[in-house]
Design a protein around this ligand. Sequence first.
Ligand SMILES: [Zn+2]
Ligand SMILES: [Zn+2]
Length: 364
Amino acid sequence: YKNHPDDYFEDVEKTYIDPKNPFVEEFQVLAMACDRPISKHELKEHQEIIEHHIIKENLKIFNNRIVPNFDKINSMLNEYSIRGIGKSIDIFLSDRKVGDRVLPIALEELHKDAIYFLAGIRYRVKEFDYPKKNLAKLEKISRDYPYYTKSLTEEWPTIETVFEKRVANGVEVAFCKLHIQKKVYGYVNIELGQEITQGEKVMLDTPLEYDFITKGIVFHAPRPIKVIEKAEDEDYAEASGYHATEHVVIEGSNMITGGVSQDLGGISLGTSGLIFIYDGAIGGSGASKALYDRFEKALERSMHIVKECPCKNESGCPRCTFSYRCGNNNEFLHKYSALEILERINKGEKTELIDPTEGDRPLV
Ligand SMILES: [Zn+2]
Ligand SMILES: [Zn+2]
């Protein structure tokens, strides 16, 4: 916005939702039945879930209408949180429950020794019990403790179903149901108030694992051939270009779609050029669909962010390629490689989606 202030007044913040999130739908249908019996021919779009509930005896048929089986669903509905769907971690401070956080984001924020922000105060996680008890115990730290933590993660995506496909500029992009395997294996200490988003690494004794279903997009970025030819380490320059592109597209999408970037995760698969951007909430939140619908604009904005950043570092800087959400300590980033990739995309270079191969190292 510093370089293009007019954009600030023209960008429209769009709201996004995902009415087809299957995990939310499951509870919504129960709540609907509690509100008023469902007649047999209504809610065709939710038929599958209704049948699932009838088999599980959560709903029953009474006088040709579908009514709730309160004996079975009361406890289910009582445990339901309107703040997020799925399992969560309970947070304790001196034996009192002070909050909860949904998975999978809880693994990144509440692993042992993580610095956790609660009501504006920083605490350290002294104990994290997962996946058995699903709880975290906090302890106080001194106010002048100089660090916060950022987790180190590894992720692997699998495409389950392709919902839609199209060509944006020349790049083939698909909107899909994704299975994400996530592993938190360590963290870095980052000094407070520092613009630098890199720190000293600490490995966890046992990595934390979680896998979930969500929705997201995948596209195949073109190869940054000119940068590769000049590079000493070709694979590094190529993979780091895709990783930086993934960061910039997520951050750049914020302005186009109305603040989705905090709801998105990203994975670039080694030197394959495949880049996945997915909803961080299980089942999908509509964020990646908002990006899919305005993908050309996000790609154009991303190119300008990299091109117009005055930094001269090969890896870039927090204003262009670095991300606060990076699970790789903002390593493996190459600004000029990303610029070539984004310029090729915006010039209309054609690519087609390919299948991921096991050997590609995922960067998140
Ligand atoms: Zn920069
Ligand atoms: Zn990253």
